[in-house]
Design a binder for this molecule. Sequence first.
Ligand SMILES: [Zn+2]
Length: 72
Amino acid sequence: MNASQNGAPVYTCPMHKDVRQDGPGTCPRCGMPLLAEGTRFGMVRHMMSNPLPLVVMGAIMVVLIIAATMVR
Ligand SMILES: [Zn+2]
């Protein structure tokens, strides 16, 4: 999903956000394995950047709850 949106995934060091490269590897500064951007917090960031689906989902749920209580 993310890969098709952004092209090739960018790999970053969890400790050094300025370390970025196009493929997997290790950080040249601390040697930690690089993580594909979006694997951590990707979901949260996605929801923050586009909260509309959440709002729509919440509204639909409220409507369903109201409808369920009204229909008798
Ligand atoms: Zn690092």
